[in-house]
Design a protein around this ligand. Structure first.
Ligand code: IVH
Length: 706
């Protein structure tokens, strides 16, 4: 920790005083104000835990600017105002690193890691059963930088360049507020030090940058890495200042005392240096890293990060594994390319380039037209992708995507793949502009686009494509959940003229089905059983299955809670809908419109005659939480591997008990349930000190007693 609790108390007290007094009368007081501002910058940029509002920070900063302008002789070079220099750089100077910035050897699987462990043991003369600790932390995906401190001041920053020489970017680096301009190295007997780290931009910051660029009509940036490396090398430091870069320090690469003696080995472990850098106010991977006593623990750590990388605030492309003890690092040495004491375990790539071959314009269940790009198949995070949604016309226009373009495709975790951008610079002149159709590709009706809607729609309710999509939706997992009846069977029955609307599904002729190619008695009987089962569904499934615009799963459940009988909706006026929390007037109007059509009411009556349940069941009713329920109103997160259920089931149980699930550890989190091999989330939750930590068994016990 950079500050003691006594210091923090003091700084908080002084913050209050500066915010109310508005006057700085001498140099000493100005130094206190600077210390206060540095403290809040550290809370915000290094700890991710601001203690004051942006507005209050601005007040303090303005007071500092104002006082320095009035008393130029009170100015200091490490003042928070001295981060952004007004000098423009014409050309970056080439500078030599104090020792070479090497690369890392890559590993892709646990065999590679076992081999690495064997090699290190050999180099260090360690038996297979001797303890050999590894320091593991995320491999941040940004641009590497080297920063030099001399006499406690940041004096130089450089990019990696070719490893021995890089470009001097001190002006830009000074604007990065997780990088202190002054740090008390002298307290540790260090006169000059070189630190290595990765300059990164958080995913949320990156989204904001691209959203702003999209509004301004500027080319989109491909990913947070490009955003970070690009802005490290801009000529105008104020641009770097505005981009919101962070630096994670990952190595103490050089350290000498005032007599130029090497003091790197004054510490036993790499982790000890990281602890010191944390205490000096640098941003290090305090919550993410782990010291592992065996390579098998490293493998577990990697598996944990592979699973949670998408939920992490920064893009990471792997895990770096380093021998922790510095003596052993020395013994391993390095090749000209990489140290022999470290390895980078790389995750499967999330992005790849491909070519856009053609576009299919698909008609959805309410008539929305979705352009779907067919691309040359590419491997993304272990899955072959050949089809990618382009969402709507504006998405294509904003990115200027054309037929034949090289495109950058991304697939992150569970997120459906999407096209990040096209590469106009790689065009050869044969690419063609994409014309959005004016007519429905299925029924040829003219498409319409309502104000405020992103999609073009086919207004023909009887459009064949829409009818089929509605039927497919009706039987889908989230709606009536009819097992064994999917897209292809629905299309087949429709083509045979057996089903035209939803009630037809409940009066299929199973003998005829048994005669179909590839079906037979058994399959027909199975289908009959699942359709019979679906007839007893709770009504929220039926409501969702009706394909009313905006009547999704959640709203269907909310309405079902207040609805004894489905056909009562014939009499519901708009107020009945809007009286329900989280149900809006738009969906209310759509439902009213649906029930105003006698054909729809007749269809529902027919379904009722065929045995489809229309009455509110126990499952539809609201759940009552007693105020003393252990989960009511609490936030919860699951980490690690659960042994008795999968994560989705566990989340459902918690939600049914009144909890809300979160995807990351933050100060808003109340409960963390820990399965096997939990990693950094557990560490972070522990460090917060406010999170209740439960084992899987304890969680289940609480659910039972709820
Ligand atoms: S340690 C001697 N740790 O990965 C090498 N590198 O492919 C010491 N990187 O150039 C590097 N996160 O820019 C290390 N936690 C981390 C890292 C990391 C990202 C980058 C670094 C390096 C590149 C090697």
């Amino acid at each position: 920790m950079h500050y003691t609790s006594e210091e923090i108390k003091n700084l908080v007290q002084q913050t209050k005083e500066f915010l109310t007094s508005n006057i700085v009368s001498d140099f000493t007081e100005l130094e206190s104000l600077r210390a206060v501002i540095r403290f809040h910058e550290w809370q915000y940029y290094v700890q991710d835990n601001p203690l004051i509002s942006d507005y209050e920070y601005d007040l303090l900063y303005k007071l500092l600017e104002h006082t320095e302008a009035k008393h130029p002789d009170w100015q200091t070079s490490d003042s928070p105002t001295q981060r952004v220099s007004s000098d423009l750089v014409d050309q970056f100077q080439s500078v030599e690193h104090l020792n070479p910035m090497l690369s890392l050897e890559n590993s892709y699987n646990s065999d590679d890691l076992q081999d690495f462990d064997t090699r290190v043991r050999k180099l260090c003369n360690l038996d297979a059963d001797a303890t050999l600790a590894y320091f593991a932390e995320p491999k941040f995906d940004g641009g590497s930088i080297a920063v030099i401190y001399e006499n406690d001041y940041l004096i130089r920053a450089a990019t990696r360049g070719d490893g021995s020489k890089g470009e001097e970017i001190t002006n830009n680096a000074r604007t990065i507020r997780s990088l202190p301009l002054k740090a008390a190295f002298s307290k540790y007997g260090i006169y000059k030090a070189e630190l290595r780290g990765e300059a990164v931009i958080s995913k949320s910051k990156f989204e904001k940058i691209n959203a702003a660029r999209e509004t301004e009509g500027l080319a989109l940036l491909a990913n947070p890495r490009n955003a970070a490396t690009g802005v490290l090398r801009v000529k105008d430091a104020s641009e770097t200042a505005n981009r919101g870069l962070d630096v994670f320090i990952f190595q103490m690469a050089f350290a000498v005392d005032a007599n130029n003696e090497n003091v790197l080995f004054n510490q036993k472990n790499h982790s000890d240096w990281m602890q010191i850098l944390d205490a000096l106010g640098f941003k290090v991977s305090l919550h993410e890293r782990k010291v592992c006593n065996h390579i098998s623990d490293v493998i577990t750590y990697i598996n944990d990060w592979t699973a949670q990388r998408d939920a992490y605030a920064y893009d990471i492309d792997g895990v770096v594994v380093k021998v922790n003890e510095l003596k052993f690092q020395e013994q391993c040495g390095a090749t000209s390319h990489h140290p022999r004491w470290a390895v980078a375990h790389k995750f499967q790539a999330k992005q790849a380039t491909s070519r856009l071959l053609t576009i299919e314009f698909q008609v959805g269940k309410i008539g929305s037209i979705t352009p779907v790009a067919k691309i040359e198949p590419v491997q993304l995070a272990g899955v072959t992708v050949s089809s990618v949604s382009l969402h709507n016309e504006d998405f294509i226009t904003a990115r200027d995507i054309r037929y034949g373009d090289q495109v950058l495709v991304e697939r992150a975790g569970d997120v459906i793949p999407y096209i990040v951008k096209a590469f106009p610079e790689l065009r050869n002149g044969t690419e063609k502009v994409i014309e959005f159709p004016k007519e429905c590709p299925s029924c040829k009706t003219s498409l319409i686009r309502e104000e405020e809607e992103a999609a073009w729609r086919c207004p023909n309710f009887f459009c064949e494509a829409q009818v089929v999509q509605r039927l497919i939706h009706h039987v889908s997992k989230d709606a009536m959940d009819i097992d064994g009846l999917g897209k292809s069977l629905i299309e087949r029955f429709y083509d045979l003229g057996w089903i035209h609307q939803m009630d037809d599904i409940y009066k299929l002729d199973y003998q005829a089905i048994a005669q179909l190619d590839g079906m037979g008695e058994k399959s027909a009987e199975k289908l009959r059983k699942s359709i019979e089962k679906a007839k007893h569904n709770p009504i929220h499934r039926l409501l969702h299955g009706l394909c009313i615009h905006h009547l999704g799963k959640k709203v269907s459940k909310l309405i079902a809670e207040h609805l004894p009988y489905v056909l009562d909706l014939q009499n519901w006026k708009i107020d009945r809908y809007t009286a329900i929390k989280d149900v809006g007037p738009v969906v209310g109007q759509n439902i009213i419109g649906f029930f105003e059509n006698p054909k729809n009411v007749e269809m529902l009556r027919e379904m009722e005659r065929l045995g489809v349940n229309m009455m509110q069941l126990e499952e539809d009713r609201p759940r009552q939480f007693t105020a003393d329920s252990a989960f009511a109103g609490k936030t919860i997160l699951f980490t690690g591997t659960l042994s008795q259920m999968d994560r989705k089931e566990a989340q459902n149980l918690a939600e049914q008990a009144g909890a809300k699930t979160l995807s990351a550890v933050s100060s808003n989190l109340n409960i963390l349930v820990v399965g096997e091999n939990a990693g950094s989330k557990l560490a972070k939750a522990k460090s917060l000190g406010t999170v209740e930590i439960l084992s899987e068994a304890e969680f289940l016990e609480k659910i039972r007693s709820n």
